[in-house]
Design a protein. Sequence first.
Length: 358
Amino acid sequence: SSQHPRPGAQNQARRDARFSPYHRLDTGPVPYESFDITKAGGSFPNVNNGIDDDFSKVILKRHQELSPSAEDQAALANLSRRVSFALDNLSIASSQSLPLLEDKRVVGSYKNGTLIKGHNIVDIAVIFKVHPNVEDVQRLGKRIVEILIENALEEKEKDVEVEMNEKGIYVDIITKPYRARLLTATGFHSIKSTCQDDDVDSKSILQVLTAVQHARWFDETANYTNIRIAVIIFKDLRQKITELEELTIWMIELLAHYAAFDNNQHLMEVGAVIRRMFRVLSSGIFLPGSASITDPCQNKNPRVSSKMAFENQDKNERLTLDSPLSVGDVTITPGTTVYTSIKKEESVSLDANTETKE
């Protein structure tokens, strides 16, 4: 008779996953919910009612240091307005020498208000009516520059250059040191299943359309000051903390939105938001098997961490709450309190002039 060996038997073969209490025959492994002390507030009451003014002051100071200057913001807004006006003209005018445009959308960090100082780029998704090729993108970039020069109100506004990605994925309109990056896309119904050699890659087009969805979701759901500050701080910390470097900006935005509201859906203080983000990362919210955070912009709402490699997911588990982190000239411990550095020059500089993994 074939009988399943007892759990305590010596040298027994590894049990099949189907016998695990965390496995269901209909859906597979049951994702576990990572520990979140905010959700368990009834069992772990906060003695200071969740208010952490000192920590919030440190975060706000660092946010001010990381934010673009008023001059940079005005210059980027002006460039975005001029390029958008040129695209609107091309959308209305019909010409056989130019590709037909369907729509344009500002996306990315500029749209969300989470730009870091030194990253002077406005991302604009340009949606063609048909699947574009490299030549279409080249003609678009040249025509945009011509329109900008024709409509320039000042002499310095005529100093415009164009740089294009060799694969046609994007084209940059440059007025140094600022640039508007036109991301090439088309409608879902127009994407070719098989691309020719000179066609823009379908995968990159899907990424641009996904960026449009992300920008719309952020504007409608997460457009709060505390969430924007938390995103900027984490984008800055990601440049120096190994455990955070594999997080995409989309994952950071979802994590900040998750951490920003308490059990009663009240917006939390920015210091409490940052602290909660570290806590849920340390408890394994992005580990394999975790319920994680679902992606609101994908069909069937998959877990946002499902596309990460296992070794990269495991990095987040090594993030400990008692590890000191340098934020400007102050060293903080996310799980406990705030400590001022002995010497400012000894603190780690977290300035980041580039953004990656959009």
